[in-house]
Design a protein around this ligand. Structure first.
Ligand SMILES: [Fe+2]
Ligand SMILES: [Fe+2]
Length: 347
C-alpha cells in the first residue's frame, strides 16, 4: 500500500479512528488489542435511539412469496421482481453523548425505498438534519434491500455524506452507491454518492468515538449479500449495548462477541434492532433455544424490532425479558416492540 503523506492522512482522518485513503474509498483501520487480548473502546455517557422506520416490508407474506417465486434464498436480489409498493425498510437515528457532553448523530441504514424513506425523513426531521450536516455519517449494516435501497433519500439531502459499509459489498451494491437503476427489482438511486466511503474489514473492531465501536462480521447472507456490520457502545455505569440492522450473525453470537472481545464485555446492558429470529415463520425448537439463550447475558433493556419476529418477541415477554414496548404508530406491525417513530434511551 502506498505510504500516505501527513496531509493525505489528515484529509481522511476521523475523530477516534484511523483511516487509510484510496481515492474516495478508504479503509477504516481496526483497533489494536490490549495485552489481555481484549479491546477497550472507552466509555460514553448515553445513547438515544430514534426508530425512523423498522418494517422489513409492508406485507411479510408478499415478501416471502416474491423470494420463493424467484427461487428462494440463493437468488440474486438485484435481478428479481420485488414489488416496489411493498418496500419499507430499516433506518435508525443514533444520538450518542460523550462523557464530555459532545453529541454525535448518525444514521444506521438507509431503508428500503427512496420515496418511502423520504416520507419517514420528513416526518422525523431527518431531511433538515441531513441538509445541515448535523448527521455525521450513514452506517450501512449490510447489502439487503431494506437497508440499502432507500439510499437516494439520504443522498438527496446530503450527497457528500460519509458512508460506512462492510468491505464485502458485491459489485451491484457498489454501483448502486455510485448511482444506478436496476429496472426489474425497482432498485433506484439516481444520485451518485460524492463523499468518503469507508470500508470496514471483516472480524475487526473499529473504534469510531470514545465508547463507540463498529464491528463487521463476514457471514454469508441470502439473496446475494455478504457480511453484516453493527455498532457496540459502552455506556458509563450501565454496560455495553449493541445496535443491529438485521442481526443476521445471531443474537447470541453478537452478545458473545462483546463478552469475549471488549473490556467490560461481561456486563451487557442492552440491545437495539433486528435479531432475525422468527421473521420467516413462527417459533420452533431452534428459535426457542436462541430466545432462552438470551437469558445468560442478563440484558437490562431489549429494544428489538424489524426482523426479530412478533412470535419471538411474544416469547421474550412470556419469559419476562425487559422488552421495550412501542406505539405501533406509522405502520409498525405491533406495539409489543419499539417501532416507527418510537424512541429509546440507553444510559
Ligand atoms: Fe438482512
Ligand atoms: Fe432487514
Amino acid at each position: 500500500m502506498k505510504e500516505l503523506s501527513r496531509r493525505d492522512f489528515l484529509k481522511n482522518a476521523i475523530i477516534g479512528g484511523a483511516v487509510l485513503g484510496l481515492g474516495n474509498i478508504v479503509i477504516h483501520a481496526p483497533m489494536n488489542a490490549l495485552a489481555s487480548g481484549k479491546f477497550d473502546m472507552g466509555l460514553c455517557k448515553s445513547v438515544r435511539i430514534k426508530c425512523i422506520c423498522e418494517l422489513p416490508c409492508i406485507d411479510a407474506d408478499l415478501n416471502s412469496k416474491t423470494i420463493n417465486d424467484a427461487g428462494g434464498g440463493e437468488v440474486n436480489q438485484w435481478t428479481i421482481p420485488w414489488v416496489r409498493e411493498n418496500a419499507a425498510g430499516n433506518c435508525t437515528l443514533i444520538d450518542m453523548e460523550t462523557l464530555e457532553g459532545i453529541r454525535h448523530k448518525f444514521l444506521l441504514d438507509a431503508g428500503g425505498d427512496g420515496p418511502y424513506m423520504d416520507k419517514c425523513f420528513k416526518r422525523e426531521g431527518i431531511d433538515n438534519m441531513l441538509k445541515s450536516g448535523e448527521i455525521e455519517f450513514l452506517f450501512i449494516t449490510h447489502e439487503h434491500p431494506d437497508h440499502l435501497w432507500g439510499l437516494e433519500a439520504v443522498l438527496k439531502y446530503n450527497p457528500a455524506i460519509r458512508i460506512f459499509i462492510p468491505d464485502t459489498f458485491y459489485s451491484e451494491g457498489m454501483c448502486f452507491l455510485e448511482g444506478a437503476q436496476y429496472i426489474k427489482p425497482s432498485a433506484v438511486n439516481l444520485i451518485p454518492h460524492r463523499g468518503e466511503l469507508l470500508k470496514l474489514s471483516g472480524g475487526q473492531i473499529h473504534k469510531l468515538y470514545e465508547g463507540c465501536a463498529a464491528v463487521d462480521l463476514d457471514v454469508p447472507l441470502p439473496v446475494r449479500a455478504r457480511g453484516e456490520a453493527l455498532l457496540y457502545f459502552n455506556i458509563k455505569d450501565k454496560g455495553i449495548i449493541y445496535v443491529t440492522g438485521c442481526g443476521h450473525p445471531g443474537v447470541l453470537t453478537l452478545a458473545e462477541f462483546a463478552r469475549k472481545n471488549f473490556a467490560g464485555g461481561e456486563n451487557l446492558y442492552g440491545i437495539y434492532g433486528g435479531l432475525h429470529i422468527s421473521f420467516f415463520g413462527g417459533m420452533d425448537a431452534e428459535k426457542e433455544k436462541l430466545v432462552r439463550g438470551m437469558a445468560d447475558y442478563h440484558f437490562k433493556k431489549i429494544a428489538c424490532n424489524h426482523c426479530t419476529g412478533v412470535e419471538a418477541v411474544k416469547r421474550m415477554i412470556e419469559l419476562e425479558y425487559p422488552i421495550v414496548r412501542g406505539t405501533a404508530r406509522y405502520g409498525s406491525w405491533t406495539d409489543l416492540y419499539v417501532g416507527n417513530g418510537d424512541e429509546v434511551v440507553f444510559g
